[in-house]
Design a protein around this ligand. Structure first.
Ligand code: ZN
Length: 166
């Protein structure tokens, strides 16, 4: 309790294993849920509010839920405090992973904002995308109406997801 509990790379491995374990198995379900990401309306609102609050810096956080649906948003600190990049703080990340576990939920998404560019994964975002099963949610708050888009990033390949708010 309270001590050092592994390094960030190990945490990544643990979470990847969790994601693999919870991959959908029911035949027929997989094909329909693939490509669609459902976000609870209050989660969408919380992400946009967090993004706006952190301007000009990028905001970040994690999404928890299950079955291609985000039910909870964990707003997190951008350890880079930068308008160009974001980085999750390893200690905060571990705490959030534990909370997600305690809730019986899975990590389903990784959120960050762009404050100067469109809501599309940058070259850096693609290079640092370690979660093939997660949805990468981007919110652009570059001055006009916030734009939210979601993607999978697998081996650097970006695939846009249909987003539903319900
Ligand atoms: Zn980015």
């Amino acid at each position: 309790m309270g001590g050092q509990h592994g390094t960030a790379p190990q945490d990544f491995v643990e979470m990847n294993e969790t994601l693999t374990d919870t991959a959908p198995t029911a035949a027929g379900e997989t094909a329909t849920s693939e490509g669609v990401f459902t976000i609870a309306p209050q989660v969408r609102q919380a992400m946009i509010e967090h993004a706006l609050a952190e301007v000009p810096d990028e905001a970040c956080g994690l999404l928890a839920g299950g079955d291609g649906r985000a039910e909870r948003f964990f707003a997190m600190e951008n350890a880079d405090h930068s308008p160009m990049t974001f980085r999750l703080d390893p200690n905060e990340q571990l705490k959030v992973f534990n909370q997600i576990d305690d809730l019986g939920l899975d990590l389903v998404g990784i959120f960050h904002s762009h404050t100067h560019t469109e809501a599309y994964p940058s070259a850096t975002d693609r290079r640092l995308a370690f979660y093939p099963e997660a949805r990468y949610v981007l919110v652009s708050v570059d001055g006009s109406e916030p734009v939210l888009r979601a993607f999978t990033i697998r081996d650097g390949e970006v695939k846009e997801q249909e987003v539903r708010f319900e």
